[in-house]
Structures are given as structure tokens and as C-alpha cells.
Design a protein around this ligand. Structure first.
Ligand code: SF4
Length: 149
């Protein structure tokens, strides 16, 4: 059976920064018939739950991987290292479980695909990918924004 990596918060795991999960019937439909591998890169990177919200500053996840942008929480704490570590752990998990695709939570600084918050903590979105989405994409894992959430 084909395996697919999925943001753990979309599978009922309460690992979001606010200690909650996020679910939608549309996500379940996309995953139907496949072996689901839930994974939370922020938890895997060593961040606690709940935690302060964080956003990408100075660029998107690709820029973080290139060392030209950072991930900062709303207190100003730099959490870049944890986000990058979590991304590498997500890639390792995808490889170990044979996932060629990842279905990821939209807008997250880790899991977001195509749009992320702009770093001002004002709810504004800009084009770009989260750190994990960027690393997966760079390593041949197809990333897909989860529908309905
Ligand atoms: Fe969900 Fe990804 Fe955020 Fe973890 S890092 S809570 S899996 S969006």
C-alpha cells in the first residue's frame, strides 16, 4: 500500500502551538486507501506543546534552509534550529516509510505549502513554503496543501 506523510495535527494529534488538533473530512478523503504516517516536525524538533506561535522572518522555508531567513516566535525568540531539525526528522521519516508525497497543514511555518504568514504576526499571508515543506520538496517528496482546513 502506498504511504503518505501527513501533518500530525490533521490526524487528531493535539500538537499545534495552541495545544489543539485540526481535522477536516476533506483531508480524510484525500488520504483514503493509503497508509498514513502522521508526523509533527515542530514536536520532533524538540519544541513543547503548547508553545508560542512562530513565523518566518526574512523569507520562507527555502530561505531558512539557505541560512538567509529565520523562524522567530512572538516573544522574539529565535527557534530556527528547532524548525530545521524537525524538518530533517520529517524527511528521514518520509524516507524510512517510503512516502513519496506529504499532505501538509496550510499556513504553518513548518508545514505550509504555497503560502505562509509574513512574519508580522498580523495574519497576513505571503507566497512561500514552510521549512519542512521546503526540505521535503527539495528532496523529491511531493508536497500538497491539505484541503478544507
Ligand atoms: Fe501541525 Fe505541522 Fe504545526 Fe506540527 S508543525 S502542529 S504537524 S502544522
Amino acid at each position: 500500500m502506498e504511504s503518505v506523510l501527513v501533518s500530525a495535527c490533521l490526524r487528531g494529534v493535539p500538537c499545534r502551538f495552541d495545544g489543539r488538533a485540526k481535522a477536516a473530512a476533506e483531508v480524510d478523503a484525500v488520504l483514503a486507501g493509503r497508509a498514513v504516517v502522521p508526523f509533527c516536525p515542530e514536536a520532533a524538533g524538540g519544541l513543547p506543546t503548547p508553545r508560542r506561535p512562530a513565523e518566518l522572518v526574512g523569507g520562507d522555508g527555502h530561505d531558512v534552509l539557505d541560512g538567509t531567513a529565520r523562524v522567530v516566535d512572538d516573544t522574539g525568540r529565535d527557534v530556527t534550529a528547532a524548525f530545521v531539525d524537525g524538518a530533517h526528522r520529517a524527511l528521514a521519516k518520509a524516507r524510512a516509510t517510503g512516502c513519496a508525497e506529504a499532505v501538509l497543514m496550510p499556513r504553518s511555518p513548518s508545514c505550509g505549502c504555497g503560502a505562509v504568514y509574513d512574519g508580522s504576526f498580523s495574519g497576513e499571508l505571503v507566497p512561500g513554503d514552510g521549512v519542512t515543506a521546503a526540505l521535503l520538496e527539495r528532496n523529491g517528496v511531493a508536497v500538497r496543501r491539505a484541503p478544507g482546513v
